[in-house]
Design a protein. Structure first.
Length: 596
């Protein structure tokens, strides 16, 4: 067992918890610990109880969300489970996924003063503490700013500052970058690292975007989805095991793209002696790098049969009917000086699988609202199905175009998961038995059957997202528009959802996905639209976008690590074609070596 230099700050001992009204417990006999003065990362499949665990660390569970808790959560010799939330506030501060749900005021200054004023802190102290935390998060010049004027990353920094201002030593964050573009995400991760290195804070977080986080993480806890911790230790120890150890290879855990490629490849070739040897050596931790690219390339060269395999690394344009055509489209919100959409030119055809990407605030959601006639453009034309949108019957528009909202809760209209899906079929004209069957099939397909009696609002984030997509899929629209469909999803659910979209696309449904997830773009989209500065910055196939550094920069996009990995590999083995996505590269590797 490896030794850590950090002390344990919180220890969970035989912790069990069941929400009131739930038959099965979320946790049963859980043991794990968190380390002081480092970044602690919690990984596990959707719905396994990560958020519940975080809420137990400051008493939100079971004090606000009630249920039966057993065991001990030790913090400095005391049991958190016996404390009230207010007793924990000075030690443990919580930052949620969406900073906007946390804000109670209008300006940065008022937001930071809010908690201190409630504690009747003297004005001088409030002032100096606000200056201090704004300095800590690098937002000193924004003290007087309106919260609405901040970018997503800046808002999240202020949410973190509002916890720091209370001088909590432990910061808990539940998927803090789920809605952020790549640049904002990097800023938040760097801030967390700085809070640890410079101010000795302890960070505990749940996060799916690991590309730039793992190297900043000190302690990782992996939950197996069956109430247990299955791996715990340093980031490199956990990573080695998740990539190379057959015992953990089927865990439904997100990893950066390049690790997923190696993991899938090693799994596929498990019985080849060279691969077994390579795997064992990596697992034993010989050599510093977890991904020794030279060795990997050498091994690949020995096994691969290049000539017989069709590389097919690009996307093929499949012409179809016109679905959406925007030309010089402009939209300005009332009261804002600058138009959000200045000149949008977009053409989407019926067979397209489109990804709409761009920085936070670029106007992606605004464009969707214009398309759904919630907002009306001041200039340009927008044609849908070959007709001017103005002349398109609204009823037909809603029948043909399905929208899955960014925030699933905005979509729920009933108080039971089962009823939510039945509601979608209300006007379908189907008989009761047929509706029931379809709903049951969908619940099973989306791993929601066991939750069917629950309120949609009490589901985990990942479950809520799956329910919102399932509700939209039941009715058979011609065009499906999904705003951030995969955030909060675990690896298996994300893949399953996207494979389903691909299937529907092949059956003729146009898919339009708004997303910050470039791995998803690279793997599934055949057309990418980058919005920046109110204009269409790029519209073309995904393999071209990551070479267009201007569009990458303006769209604040992150190049997936699968692309840099395949380029590095090519510097050793020229015969490997240039790839830009995990799926395409894994397929190729597996096809290459299947004759071994
Ligand atoms: N307030 C609540 N009342 C009843 N059940 C709940 C409540 N909150 C969560 N649950 C259930 O507890 C289980 C664990 O949920 P939790 O949100 O902790 O999981 P998670 O691992 O964070 O999931 P995700 O990654 O999808 O956000 C789920 O089955 C969920 O439906
Ligand atoms: N109702 C509104 N009134 C005024 N400004 C608004 C309104 N809604 C959005 N905005 C502003 O319009 C800009 C574009 O917002 P929009 O939500 O369309 O961006 P987005 O690209 O979808 O961003 P994200 O990736 O963060 O979801 C932002 O600066 C936002 O603050």
């Amino acid at each position: 067992m490896e030794q850590s230099v950090h002390k344990k700050i919180i220890e969970m001992e035989q912790v069990s918890f069941a929400y009131d009204g739930d038959d099965s417990p979320v946790w049963q006999g859980l043991n794990c610990y968190f380390e002081e003065g480092t970044v602690n990362l919690l990984l596990g499949p959707s719905g396994c109880g990560k958020s519940t665990l975080l809420y137990m660390l400051n008493g939100i569970v079971p004090n606000f969300y009630e249920g039966k808790a057993e065991g001990h959560i030790w913090f400095r010799g005391e049991d958190i489970l016996e404390k009230k939330t207010k007793d924990m506030v000075q030690y443990v501060g919580m930052v949620f996924q969406n900073p906007e749900t946390q804000f109670c005021t209008f300006t940065v200054e008022d937001e930071l003063a809010f908690g201190l004023e409630n504690e009747n802190a003297p004005r001088d102290e409030i002032d100096s503490r606000i200056d201090e935390v704004l300095d800590m998060v690098g937002m000193g010049t924004f003290r007087k700013s309106l919260l609405t004027s901040l970018s997503g990353g800046q808002k999240q920094k202020i949410a973190i500052a509002s916890v720091l201002v209370m001088q909590s030593e432990i910061l808990i964050l539940d998927e803090p970058t789920a809605n952020l573009d790549a640049v904002s995400r990097t800023e938040v991760f760097s801030l967390l690292k700085q809070l640890v290195d410079r101010y000795g804070k302890t960070i505990i977080l749940v996060e799916h975007n690991l590309e730039q986080l793992l190297d900043k993480t000190g302690h990782v806890i992996v939950l197996d989805g069956q109430n247990k911790v299955c791996l715990e230790g340093s980031a490199s120890h956990v990573l080695r095991n998740l990539v190379y150890n057959p015992e953990f290879r089927n865990l439904n855990i997100f990893l950066p793209e390049k690790y997923l490629i190696v993991k899938e490849w090693i799994n596929a070739l498990d019985r080849v002696p060279q691969v077994v040897d390579f795997r064992e050596r990596q697992l034993a931790g010989r050599g510093e790098a977890i991904l020794p690219i030279d060795e990997f390339a050498g091994l690949f060269q020995k096994l691969a049969v290049f000539s017989s395999v069709d590389t097919c690394s690009g996307t093929v344009h499949r012409p179809g009917d016109k679905v959406v055509e925007a030309c010089g489209l402009g939209y300005a919100y009332r009261g804002r000086e600058d138009a959000v959409l200045k000149r949008i030119d977009i053409r989407i055809e019926s067979k397209d699988f489109v990804a709409v990407v761009g920085a936070n605030g670029a106007g992606k959601s605004t464009f969707l609202k214009v398309l759904f006639r919630v907002l009306f453009p001041y200039q340009g034309s927008l044609r849908v199905g070959g007709k001017e949108l103005d002349g398109y019957d609204k009823k037909l528009l809603y029948r043909d175009f399905g929208l899955v909202f960014q925030n699933p809760e905005d979509q729920f209209v009933t108080n039971k998961v089962y009823d939510e899906l039945m509601f979608s079929l209300k006007k379908s004209g189907m008989g009761e038995a047929e509706k029931e069957k379809r709903v049951t099939d969908m619940l099973e397909r989306f791993h929601l059957y066991s939750e069917r009696e629950k309120s949609p609002f009490l589901l985990s984030q990942g479950q809520k997202r799956r329910l919102s997509v399932a509700a939209m899929l039941l009715t058979g629209q011609k065009v499906l528009i999904l705003d951030e469909p995969t955030y909060g999803q675990d690896y298996d659910n994300q893949r399953e959802l996207m494979e389903l979209m691909r299937e529907l696309n092949k059956e003729g449904v146009t898919i339009i996905v708004v997303t910050h997830d470039m791995a998803l773009v690279a793997d599934y989209a055949d057309k990418v639209i980058v919005l920046a500065d109110g204009k269409t910055e790029f519209c073309g196939p995904p393999e071209d976008i990551f070479d267009n550094m201007d569009a990458v920069k303006k769209g604040k996009l992150q190049i997936p690590s699968s692309l840099s990995f395949s380029r590095e590999l090519r510097s050793y083995v020229e015969e490997i074609p240039s790839f830009f996505s995990r799926g395409r590269m894994t397929d190729y590797l597996i096809r290459c070596v299947k004759e071994v």
